[in-house]
Design a protein around this ligand. Structure first.
Ligand SMILES: *Cc1c(COP(=O)(O)O)cnc(C)c1O
Length: 220
């Protein structure tokens, strides 16, 4: 059906297709290329094809490759999508341009301080544990209003909600639920959808899709 010749073109075509079905503008959806585990040699070709927004899940791994890449390509935007320890908040604020994994009071406090100290306010998403899974990051659904209140007091620019739904279950109901939580709390951005389900997420309102393996191949 589509004539994409690169993985990036194929994903962009998927985004356009889903946006069209949903009656949305594809330009309103940000593709975040999740480059965790991949080195500069794999990332640079994607930058050269025009991709500018990237995501990593570990601060330390990102520190090892992105400062040099950002120097070479100054218009790169780097998003943190993985769990963040409070003692890495300053490092994260220095390197990243957006944080998707704000999920608890201690981290809100640490990020608020780090942003004040750096004089750099990064847009943030609150990660919600939308499937109420014990082992997963994200704030409990019931704790969301209090965390949003605290984030506002700490001066964090919260722009939306993020989730990673349970594996092996149809994700659509979780995406729809996250969209409702965002709307109920007056937030208009939604970070949801990965390689296997980004089109579904877009149909349900995703503004940011986080796609790794569909762009870079399977991680070893
Ligand atoms: C790895 C990762 C992704 C991308 O996953 P793929 O299935 O490879 O697209 C998205 N979001 C988060 C939080 C991740 O850790």
């Amino acid at each position: 059906m589509d004539h994409a010749s690169t993985p990036l073109e194929a994903v962009e075509a998927g985004i356009a297709r889903a946006a069209k079905i949903a009656g949305r503008n594809a330009e309103d959806i940000t593709l975040i290329a999740i480059s965790k585990t991949h080195d500069a040699g794999t990332i640079v070709p994607l930058i050269e094809q025009g991709q500018r927004v990237f995501g990593e899940n570990r601060v330390q791994e990102a520190q090892g490759k992105w400062p040099a890449l950002k120097e070479r390509f100054p218009d790169i935007e780097l998003h943190l999508v993985g769990q963040l320890q409070s003692n890495k908040a300053e490092d994260a604020v220095e390197l990243f341009d957006c944080i998707h994994s704000v999920d608890r009071p201690s981290l809100v406090t640490a990020l608020g301080k780090a942003m004040d100290k750096a004089g750099r306010k990064l847009p943030c998403f609150i990660q919600v544990n939308i499937g109420e899974e014990d082992q997963k990051g994200g704030c409990a659904i019931a704790d969301l209003p209090a965390l949003l209140e605290q984030a506002s007091e700490a001066g964090l620019p919260v722009v939306g909600l993020m989730c990673v739904p349970p594996a092996e279950i149809e994700p659509a109901p979780f995406f729809a639920f996250l969209a409702k939580l965002a709307a109920d709390n007056g937030l208009d951005q939604l970070s949801m959808g990965m390689s296997g389900d980004y089109e579904t997420a877009i149909m349900l309102g995703a503004t940011h899709v986080r796609v790794g393996s569909a762009l870079f191949g399977a991680r070893s």
